[in-house]
Design a protein around this ligand. Structure first.
Ligand code: ADP
Ligand code: MG
Ligand code: MG
Length: 251
């Protein structure tokens, strides 16, 4: 599924390496978590995978289901099944949530050579999925994320994910700033979407999210590389002792 090999990334307008040989594999159906100190390169990884401007890959590769991601345009990556949930969901004034979702879903279907959904077909699916996530019909009509509470934005993001049915979901600190209830909702949304054909890479600062989303593996990212991987107990170890011991161990 997702394969990242010896990835080196620097900023476009600065000779500063951020990722320095990152290797990671997330098999189909698995949930992996990435934790790490501030500034270790977690967000950079998600930006590079999504194709955001400003970063240059100087070495290494990343592929999804065998297709090289780094050569693709952002929308091609989405069509290939990549979904990114960010820490701060964007607000899009003037664009209704439902219109946005339908455009995204149909653009993706088109890129995959599938027939677009009619308005009626789309409405049926989106209403059912929104109801599952306790998203009100009113929230579907409002402009994307405008005036949504933190928890509503997160639920909306899970709805986007549910509608796009991605192969690989990357969530960058999607839990930060959420209260316990909102965090549980995000976790439940993710758990409901787990399946043998879908994988998740959950980037988080806090162990507590991983109480609700049980990862198969936890990776510690420090200074642009994975310095340790282990089971969920690794997250508990970080929670208890911080990163100090792990960093010292890694040298
Ligand atoms: P994390 O998400 O783990 O906190 P980031 O990927 O955000 O780490 O950042 C990694 C390092 O790269 C930090 O030192 C950060 O300051 C730097 N960095 C990332 N993006 C930029 C940018 N666009 N301009 C300047 N520095 C950046
Ligand atoms: Mg940071
Ligand atoms: Mg970050």
């Amino acid at each position: 599924m997702l394969k990242i090999n010896n990835l080196h990334v620097k900023l476009e307008d600065e000779d500063k390496a951020i990722l320095k040989g990152l290797t990671l594999e997330v098999p189909a159906g698995q949930v992996h978590a990435i934790m790490g100190p501030n500034g270790s390169g977690k967000s950079t990884l998600s930006y590079v995978l999504s194709g955001r401007d400003g970063y240059v890959v100087t070495e290494g590769e990343a592929s999804l289901d065998g297709a090289s991601l780094l050569d693709m345009e952002p929308e091609e990556r989405a069509a290939a099944g990549l979904f990114l949930a960010f820490q701060y969901p964007v607000e899009i004034p003037g664009v209704g949530n439902m219109t946005f979702l339908r455009t995204a879903v149909n653009a993706q279907r088109k890129a995959r050579g599938e027939a677009e959904l009619t308005a009626g077909e789309f409405l049926k699916v989106v209403r059912a999925k929104a109801a599952d996530l306790q998203i009100s019909p009113d929230m579907l009509k409002r402009p994307v994320n405008v005036g949504f509470s933190g928890g509503e934005k997160k639920r909306n993001e899970i709805l986007q994910m549910a509608m796009l049915e991605p192969r690989m979901c990357i969530m960058d600190e999607t839990d930060s700033g959420l209260d316990v209830d909102a965090m549980r909702l995000v976790a439940e949304g993710v758990n409901a979407l787990r399946g043998p054909d879908r994988s998740f890479l959950v980037i988080t600062h806090y162990q507590r999210l991983l109480d609700h989303i049980k990862p198969d593996l936890v990776h510690i990212l420090s200074n642009g590389r994975i310095i340790k991987s282990g089971g969920p107990e690794l997250a508990l170890e970080v929670e208890e002792n911080g990163y100090g011991d792990l960093l010292a161990e890694a040298g």
